[in-house]
Design a binder for this molecule. Structure first.
Ligand code: GLN
Length: 391
């Protein structure tokens, strides 16, 4: 049998998706792969029903159905203050996952270096490898996961072609400030590098933190390639709708990559999702309040376990420090949590470049009753006698 391509030896299957399969096998509450267990807004469900009876069953325009791009451009313009042209500045993709791959293949040549902050969402290293680029890592330092200016400056001295910024950040919950983004942009300007952002949690940010769109900073639009998705904002992770936002010059190239990768995102779903993009501003305030409440409910349980954890500024992940439980690895701990406690998380090591084995990542995009059920189970971690028996 011929051997598969060498690049495949450089990365594994997704640990996040693997934990979902393990959770399902053991009937555990799945706080591993980040997706809601509640329905999208009623407006989207109604629009989906209508769309199924409409003339939307064949390919949409490859870079996005016109109505969808128009509604998207309007929403993004309102949020960012940019004058987004639906015909020039957008490519609609199958989720931000495809958007990131399109951005990487548009920006990088094989052999180029790409700065990735560590810990990072596991797709980024695979994206770099698939596009032939070499990731170089800059650590984000606990507890607030800021970067060290000197370390970032040194990484830019290696002449990277791009930097990836996940904001708000998965898995740390860090929200990059305007000043940090301006500094990253200035360094990218000096090195003539692209800034590729991944911003699916733009509307899930906890006060007093606020989201800054890197692309909307002065003079940034021609350098920033923004990747985003509707998955988290409208609770439709299975619809696989995302987009790349960039200058007309970049989009002209990105369209080609997208066209040959996937041709296009699902036509009826683009039609239906217009109803989400047209929701009033109050929807986003309610979403923020909803997630603030979920965060508070869940971290109250974590506090009661007595174990340290990271407090997110945005997104919907928490990392619980399980080092005091005495497992050899976080992977062993994560498997034990599924089998003995009945709650699935993701071993933190799958997000870190550094040999970091302290954390399990949980997400809290779940109904309050699910979070309480998981929280009650996790409280066993505070019961020393139970722990001694269960291990
Ligand atoms: N972004 C989500 C997470 O980090 C879902 C990942 C995925 O499976 N696409 O869990």
């Amino acid at each position: 049998m011929p051997s598969p391509a060498n690049r495949l030896a450089q990365f594994t299957e997704s640990v996040i998706r693997g934990m979902t399969r393990l959770a399902n096998r053991h009937d555990a509450i799945n706080l591993a792969q980040g997706f809601p267990d509640f329905d999208p807004p009623e407006e989207l469900l109604a629009a989906l029903e209508t769309a199924t009876r409409g003339p939307h069953h064949q390919y949409a325009v490859t870079w996005g159905a016109p109505r969808f791009r128009q509604a998207l451009a309007k929403k993004i313009s309102r949020d960012t203050g940019l004058a987004v042209d639906p015909d020039q500045h957008l490519v609609v993709t199958c989720g931000s996952t495809e958007a990131m791959m399109v951005a990487m293949m548009t920006a990088c040549n094989p052999g180029d270096k790409v700065i990735v902050f560590s810990p990072f969402y596991e797709n980024y290293a695979a994206d770099a490898i698939l596009s032939g680029a070499e990731p170089i890592y800059v650590p984000l330092h606990a507890p607030d996961f800021g970067y060290d200016r000197e370390e970032l400056r040194k990484a830019f001295e290696l002449k990277p072609k791009a930097i990836i910024v996940c904001n708000p950040s998965n898995p740390t919950g860090k929200v990059f400030t305007r000043e940090e983004l301006a500094e990253i942009l200035a360094l990218a300007e000096q090195a003539d590098a692209w800034v590729i952002t991944d911003e699916p949690y733009e509307h899930i940010v906890y006060a007093p933190h606020t989201h800054t769109y890197a692309a909307a900073l002065p003079g940034a639009f021609r350098r920033v390639i923004t990747c985003n998705s509707l998955s988290k904002t409208y609770s439709i992770t299975g619809w696989r709708l995302g987009y790349v936002l960039a200058s007309a010059e970049v989009i002209a190239q990105a369209r080609k990559v997208h066209d040959f990768l996937t041709v296009g995102a699902a036509a009826p779903l683009q039609e239906a999702a217009v109803a989400g993009l047209e929701l009033p501003e109050s929807y986003y305030a309610e979403l923020q309040a909803l997630y603030t409440r979920k965060r508070d409910v869940f971290i109250d349980y974590l506090r009661r376990t007595g174990l340290p954890f990271t407090e997110p500024q945005g997104a919907y992940y928490v990392m619980l420090d399980i080092s005091s439980l005495g497992f050899a690895t976080d992977t062993e701990a994560a498997e034990w949590l599924v089998r003995k406690i009945g709650v699935a998380g993701v071993p933190g090591s799958s997000f870190f470049r550094e040999p970091e084995r302290r954390f399990i990542r949980f997400h809290f995009a779940k109904k309050e009753e699910t979070l309480r059920a998981a929280g009650e189970r996790l409280l066993r971690l505070a019961d020393k006698d139970w722990l001694a028996r269960a291990k």
